[in-house]
Design a protein around this ligand. Structure first.
Ligand SMILES: [Zn+2]
Length: 127
């Protein structure tokens, strides 16, 4: 991985069933079952960040923490792109072009590229 261990990543998440939960300031949201992709970045500690996402028990800080804490949510794949090869928002927008829906405001509090969301819903199955 890159020297400073920085980079972008995508988490492929599967929800086994419909989940309703309160996601910080976004409030109460309903997530249909299926496949989601969350796109993020770490200015340093990319591998530690991804390892953190993979742990169930932790303080909830980011929107994604609320979703991943749910017992029906499972990370099924991780893509890490080390260095500055791909900007978080370029990667996110590429993912969004495949999405069936996006979850407004999710993970995009500090997005300055106008993505509107960093959590894509790909559908019940990815096909
Ligand atoms: Zn963005």
């Amino acid at each position: 991985m890159g020297g400073a261990d920085r980079g972008t990543y995508c988490l492929l998440i599967r929800l086994d069933r419909r989940v309703r939960l309160t996601v910080g300031r976004l409030g109460r949201l309903t997530f249909p079952p299926g496949v989601y992709v969350y796109t993020g970045s770490a200015a340093r500690g990319l591998t530690a960040r991804v390892a953190r996402h993979l742990r169930k028990r932790k303080r909830r800080h980011w929107h994604i923490d609320y979703l991943l804490a749910h017992r029906s949510a499972r990370i099924v794949a991780v893509i890490m792109v080390a260095g500055e090869l791909l900007s978080e928002c370029r990667l996110n927008q590429a993912v969004m072009s495949l999405a069936r829906a996006r979850i407004p405001g999710f993970g995009s509090s500090d997005c300055r590229s106008g993505c509107g969301s960093h959590l894509a819903y790909l559908g019940e199955r990815w096909e």
